[in-house]
Design a protein around this ligand. Structure first.
Ligand code: 5GP
Length: 185
C-alpha cells in the first residue's frame, strides 16, 4: 500500500446506509478513492451495473488462489472481496472500503493503521425499513437483521470511530471531520 495513503474502512450492518454514505464522501472529496468490490451475489433490480464487479464462484475462487484480494469473505451465501488495490490508480489518494465486519477485521489485522469507522442504524426498526425499501425479500431482511444483532457489539469494540446514521447529511459531515482529523495525525 502507498505509505502516505490512509485506508478508511466503512463498516456496519446491512441497511445502515454505508453505500450512500461512501458515495457522498467520494463526491465531496476528490482525495478519496472508492474501491469496487467483487461479488457473486445477483445484481438487484435497479442496482447500478457498476455497484460491484458481478462475477461467478469459479472466477472468484480463482482470484482467491492468485492472491488477488486484499480481503474477502462469504456473507449470507455469497462471496464478497476487495481486489488488492492498484497503487498507480490510487495516486496518493486515500483508499475507502465499504465492507462488512469480517473483512474489516482482516484489513485491520494487515494494516493496523487503517481507520475503521463503524456505522450504526438509529434503531432496528429504521434499519428494517431501509432494507425493505431497497427491495430485499423477507428472508434476506430477517437474515441481515439477525446478523446485525451479532455484529454490532463486535464492530463497536474494534472500531476506531462509531457513527450513528440518523440524519444522512450530518453523518457525512461527521465522517468527513473524522477523515480530516486522521489525515492531520
Ligand atoms: P450487499 O449484498 O448488501 O451489497 O452487501 C452485503 C454486505 O457485504 C454489506 O455489508 C457490504 O458492505 C459488504 N461488502 C461489500 N463489498 C465487500 C467486500 O469487498 N468485502 C467484504 N468483506 N464485504 C463487502
Amino acid at each position: 500500500m502507498v505509505p502516505e495513503s490512509l485506508v478508511i474502512v466503512v463498516s456496519g450492518p446491512g441497511g445502515v446506509g454505508k453505500g450512500t454514505i461512501v458515495d457522498l464522501l467520494v463526491e465531496r472529496d476528490p482525495r478519496l478513492w472508492l474501491s469496487r468490490s467483487w461479488t457473486t451475489r445477483e445484481r438487484r433490480d435497479g442496482e447500478a451495473a457498476d455497484a460491484y464487479i458481478f462475477t461467478d464462484g469459479p472466477s472468484f475462487e480463482s482470484r482467491i488462489s492468485d492472491g488477488g484480494f486484499l480481503e474477502w469473505t462469504e456473507f449470507l451465501g455469497n462471496y464478497y472481496g476487495t481486489p488488492a488495490p492498484d497503487t498507480s490508480s490510487l495516486s496518493g489518494r486515500d483508499l475507502v472500503l465499504e465492507i462488512e465486519l469480517d473483512g474489516a477485521r482482516q484489513v485491520k489485522e494487515q494494516h493496523p493503521d487503517a481507520v475503521l469507522i463503524f456505522v450504526l442504524p438509529p434503531s432496528r426498526e429504521e434499519q428494517e425499513r431501509r432494507l425493505r425499501g431497497r427491495g430485499d425479500p423477507n428472508d434476506k431482511v430477517f437474515a441481515r437483521l439477525r446478523k446485525a444483532e451479532m455484529e454490532e457489539p463486535v464492530g463497536m469494540s474494534i472500531a476506531d470511530h462509531v457513527v450513528v446514521n440518523d440524519d444522512l447529511s450530518s453523518t457525512v459531515d461527521q465522517m468527513m471531520a473524522i477523515i480530516e482529523s486522521e489525515r492531520s495525525r
